[in-house]
Design a protein around this ligand. Structure first.
Ligand code: TXA
Ligand code: MG
Length: 345
């Protein structure tokens, strides 16, 4: 089949046992060198056979992604990961036992079967076993590792529902598997085991505390909190690019409730991202959940950023997420969306 002539289909993937036929179609596309958008527990991914250079090249093209920004390779089991890396280390094994399948990506020196295009020219490869049943079924039925970055155009917020993927990648992929809303809502934690000391490159739902409990001390990469141009060498190439941005200009506004309400009242014709509890105090705003619930903030943040675009929002003021460990990962995304603009009332 010539994959180029295939008309894009959006297929139901809400319940694994009901949509097995759709998984088969999607696996067929993967094996034909095409692109499939699929749900994971973090965000939607746009996937191709990680070992097929031409198919992987199509991912970069569809997303408009710079070629030096490497992809995460998804496997269904540790057995599927082992051929991709030079050595599956003791620490990797411990982390796999503790957190896989789940939202943790591990970086290790790559084996020769992983094409350079998949790893963005690096000698390392990022691997993850997702826990979402559709993602796992797709990898299993395809029988190949699947390279999949988030299913958005480079620079826009990662997609957490199928509609976001359709908006960004319509007719650039062959199949979109619609599995409803992604449970976590922000991308996986990225941890490098390629250097001497394990290094956190991107915070996510598997928090530093959780990782330390399993493998001891880890370093936190500067790029997580510093502006990209301040960290001289970006270890994770993805961190140097502008990220998650809606078209409007976001500013994070720190401060107590009363101060924020006064601030909101004195700013007309702006858009506001705040909490459920603010409903009686702010006239027109978008909520991303209860004030102290970073899980809900994680799930709703990217949808909210996209919704501001739908409203053609130009100026957006955002209250920060609740700052527990997961909240720090949410804050990391919001800070990038805000291009590091923050004010303290
Ligand atoms: O939750 C997720 O991780 C989602 C789902 C689909 O699995 N995927 C995802 O992929 O967020 P992507 O490509 O949007 O983000 C991957 C990040 C990028 O910042 C990239 O630079 C970094 O991981 N990365 C990938 N391979 C790397 C490597 N070998 N060394 C350093 N950083 C790497
Ligand atoms: Mg991404």
């Amino acid at each position: 089949m010539n994959i180029k002539n295939y008309r894009m289909q959006v297929l139901d993937a809400s319940y694994l046992h009901l949509c097995r036929g759709n998984i088969d179609k999607a696996a067929f596309i993967i094996n034909s060198g095409g692109l499939v958008v699929f749900p994971t527990e973090t965000v939607y991914g746009v996937g191709a056979n990680a070992l097929n250079e031409e198919a992987v090249a199509e991912i970069f093209k569809a997303k408009g992604r710079p070629p030096d920004n490497p992809l995460i390779v998804h496997a269904a089991s540790v057995e599927g990961v082992i051929p991709l890396v030079r050595r599956f280390t003791v620490k990797a094994r411990k982390l796999a036992e503790a957190f896989w399948p789940g939202p943790l990506t591990i970086i290790l020196p790559k084996s020769d079967i992983v094409p350079d295009i998949t790893s963005g020219g690096l000698k390392t490869v990022a691997v993850r076993i997702p826990s979402h049943p559709i993602a796992r079924a797709l990898v299993n039925v395809s029988g190949v590792p699947i390279a999949a970055p988030s299913a958005n155009i480079s620079g826009t917020p990662s997609p957490t529902i199928a509609r976001h993927c359709i908006a960004d990648l319509k007719n650039k992929v062959q199949i979109i598997l619609d599995g409803g809303i992604c449970k976590i809502g922000i991308e996986s934690t990225v941890l490098s085991l390629a250097g001497k000391v394990p290094r956190l490159l991107r915070p996510g739902a598997v928090t530093p505390e959780m990782i330390r409990e399993v493998i001891g001390e880890i370093e936190i990469d500067k790029s997580i909190t510093a502006k990209p141009d301040e960290s001289q060498v970006a270890v994770s190439p993805g961190m140097k690019y502008k990220h998650y941005s809606p078209h409007g200009k976001i500013t994070i506004v720190h401060g107590g409730d009363a101060q924020f309400y006064a601030f909101a009242a004195s700013h007309k014709r702006v858009h506001i991202l705040a909490y459920d509890e603010d409903i009686d105090q702010i006239r027109d705003y978008m909520s991303y959940g209860p004030k102290n619930d970073s899980e809900v903030h994680a799930r709703l943040l990217f949808s909210a950023l996209r919704a501001f675009d739908d409203q053609y929002a130009k100026t957006i003021y955002a209250r920060p997420p609740y700052m527990d460990e997961l909240g720090l990962a949410v804050y990391n995304r919001l800070l990038r969306a805000a291009e590091f603009r923050e004010i303290y009332l």
